[in-house]
Design a protein around this ligand. Structure first.
Ligand SMILES: [Ca+2]
Ligand SMILES: [Ca+2]
Ligand SMILES: [Ca+2]
Ligand SMILES: [Ca+2]
Length: 258
């Protein structure tokens, strides 16, 4: 009995400690979503947290974030439906805000209000990944975002297809939480791999070889085809580069307009 009460008290204290700690660490969001055009159902969120200010233009995460943005623009998605959060490049007109936890949460809270059951939603997160006793997480400049926290935010969205693209060490560790019906998830590397893999799905999405060599040859590049292409490209660079996929969507997923 006393042991039970002691354990319960301890648990409550742990929860309070966790909450107060987390709350204090989240920076206030900076993006004003009231000006966004919400006419279309489809949405893209790209968040890249960068850690080396001096060399950030050479950072593969930065380059992939920009390439993903440019890809979605090229297939006709409205700039206002592409939320691009990138640290250190806030003067760039395509960047909407920094990739803080506060801004990622605000973006997903906003998407929860504008997505519909017909929405295509793409969420890409590029950062440094880690694991500890609380789970897998991305650093986000000292505002850790955990696997279960990301899942809780994704659970608030409405969509027909949700593509989640995670580019950081241990990325597939997030799959235990985020794998769900209607979601197609990519992880740059396995859960147990502390390995920075330059998994760039944007490359296959823009090379018809993905459809012809790795797909069904129907003239349209699906995300699954781009993944196979990218997996093969990475294996040619380094045998230990092994991205992971979790596909809970029957058939192939095409971005809108593809
Ligand atoms: Ca934008
Ligand atoms: Ca969930
Ligand atoms: Ca195809
Ligand atoms: Ca599929």
């Amino acid at each position: 009995m006393w042991k039970k009460i002691a354990v319960m008290t301890f648990s409550v204290m742990m929860v309070l400690t966790l909450f107060s700690g987390v709350t204090a660490e989240i920076a206030a969001p900076t993006v004003d979503y009231s000006v966004y055009n919400t006419a279309e159902a489809d949405w893209v969120l790209i968040a890249a947290a960068l850690h080396d200010e001096a060399g950030f233009f050479d950072d593969p995460d930065y380059q992939e974030a920009i390439a993903l943005h440019d890809y979605f623009v090229s297939i006709g998605i409205d700039e206002e439906h592409i939320i691009t959060l990138i640290d250190f490049d806030l003067a760039n007109p395509i960047v909407d805000g920094p990739a803080t936890k506060g801004d990622i949460y605000a973006a997903l809270d906003f998407l929860a209000t504008v997505t519909t059951p017909n929405s295509f939603v793409f969420v890409g997160i590029l950062d440094l990944g880690h694991e500890n006793e609380q789970g897998y997480y991305v650093e986000l400049n000292d505002e850790p975002l955990y696997d279960h926290e990301l899942d809780a935010k994704l659970d608030m969205l409405q969509y027909e297809d949700l593509v989640v693209d995670l580019v950081f060490r241990h990325a597939a560790g997030f799959f235990d939480y985020i794998s769900e019906d209607g979601r197609l998830c990519f992880g740059s590397t396995k859960d147990n791999k502390d390995l920075d893999v330059p998994f760039h799905i944007s490359i296959g999405l823009q090379d018809m070889e993905a459809d012809q060599e790795f797909g069904n040859g129907n003239g349209r590049i699906a995300f699954e085809e781009a993944y196979k292409y990218e997996k093969d490209r990475l294996r040619d660079i380094d045998d230990s580069f092994k991205p992971k996929k979790d596909d809970e969507i029957s058939g192939k997923v095409y971005a809108p307009g593809v």
